[in-house]
Design a binder for this molecule. Sequence first.
Ligand code: FES
Length: 237
Amino acid sequence: MNKVHITIDGIKLYVPENYTILEAAKEVNITIPTLCFLKDVNEVGCCRMCVVEVKGARALQAACVHPVSEGMEVFTHTPKVMEARKVNLELILSNHNSMCQTCTRSWMDCELQSLANKLSVDNVRFEGEQKKQPLDIGVSIVRDPNKCILCRRCVSACKNIQTVGVIDCVNRGFETKIAAPFNLSLADTPCVNCGQCINYCPVGALHEKSDIDKVWEAIYDPDKHVVVQTAPAVRVA
Ligand code: FES
């Protein structure tokens, strides 16, 4: 394997030419935050949390997918990089149902939450339309698209690891979402309920169906596109 000389934050490295900047940074214990990236599973560079400055490049580059090259100089924690990561995170949070109190992935089991904590993002400056999408209550898996951050890890796990492939990314722009073909519920697809999508989800957009979900299932009408956010009243005899 050919190797190349690069510099990261002033540290000189000699690394294989098929390395990404993220892999090279790991060699010298430089931590670059990631969200969508999962080694050998999901390497699509879509969340932009791992952006870094590369000398001579016109724009910031995603370290998880950008390959190293001879003479490359990389800066991982400049003010410009830190601001870009914060803005990216705020944009993701601005369209995320932040019902953390009742989320199955809270507290600190949520990668989005812990990243917000690490980057000191305690305020979202961007207010705008939020997508309101129906829950998909399957046989044993519940999908909440309103918490989905479109990292595509579930898609990769389903397609590439389990070779089932019942979900994919559809539409474009603000309308982008993860869905089964023809917007079917997971329950109506050949989903094998392996739960790998839950394991790979960094947030609470997928979880195992619980008893409370069975209650929702009984009262919830996905055709009306109603997102239920409060618990039904319980009558005490
Ligand atoms: Fe690199 Fe998401 S972790 S783009």
